[in-house]
Design a protein around this ligand. Sequence first.
Ligand code: GLA
Length: 394
Amino acid sequence: MAESNDKLPAASLVAEIHENQFGGDPRVFLAPGRVNLIGEHTDYAGGFVMPAAIDFGTFASISARRDGRIEIWSQNFKEGVTYGANEVPQKRTQHWSDYPLGVLWALRKEGVEVPAFSMVLHGNVPLGAGLSSSASVEVASALALLHLADAKMERTAIAKLCQKAENAYVGASCGIMDQFIACQGAEDHALLLDCRSLEFRLAPIPRHVGLVIANTMVKHSIAGGEYGTRRAEVEEGTAILREHRPEIALLRDATPEDLERWGSEMPDNVMRRCRHIITENLRTVAAADALASGNLKRLGDLMAAAHVSYRDDFEASCEEADIMVAAAQSLPGLIGARLTGGGFGGCTVNVVEEEVAARFAEQLREEYQAATGIQAEIYRCHASAGAHAVEKSG
Ligand code: GLA
């Protein structure tokens, strides 16, 4: 079956590619992609999210150079870029290298002096699938560049730095979720994050519970228009509520009662966007409690309600994702299913009973193909650790 197709390459292979390409004695770092179990488009509204890091990720290897140049090779694109260390573009060129160069730019803005270097990037997070390939490239690059600069930075500061690189350099107005989980993920755990205070708690995923990620194969892009349109709608609604309650700095501060009272002053689409976020925050905290107390039935119900809200109020789903979720809901072993990530395509996340996960994945693929004619990629995943250095021999 089309399961977890591209295995994560071995760190030793990445080191070998680096040595062949550049020589040197590279250090290798790995940053994971992520799947969000619940809490969508809540991060930039200061709300709650509950992602898990996954065992798909990006390696960044790095070594110093003596010729004052910077060279970055993408093994995925089989292509490199090279610049004089002081000639790096100050803004995006709409190329994959925007991600590592954006991190370099953000580090330099922080006063971190990064010497000339060679870098290899090599990963297996599917691109444009809503699994945060970008954040994994950014965070892996950040660890590598910090190592070379011999600079220390707290994990949360690294996440914020990478978000800044993506917002201000790459030009995608994402929130903090993806970079944060890539930095702070923990094996066998989901993470409930308060996106305003950046406080978090881990919720253990029981051993008998598996994660099956189903790629609708409909590409999504947060640099594309829809993500930005949704953010603007959310800000429009927040401003209306703020006129009545000035303490509403972010939509996170608003309650269902606020929306009940003043939602009629908003255009209908804006009111529904706000209703999604206000209710999603409540669902996300409840889902973390359900996971922590082992109440998987409740977790599944909350995920189902989250999908309906994302589809109907936020209008960020697509026909294929709705078909994928409906198919999952008819299969034995499902605990909860919903569209994950920025929306408008990408993947669904399925929390399933591990012992039937293989069969579940197979049936899901068949049902989706029968309904859409599309051959989905299905990835069996494991909640994994956040970014870290890896041994070259690994
Ligand atoms: C993308 C963004 C995140 C978040 C999600 C939606 O993944 O990068 O910051 O807004 O969409 O929850």
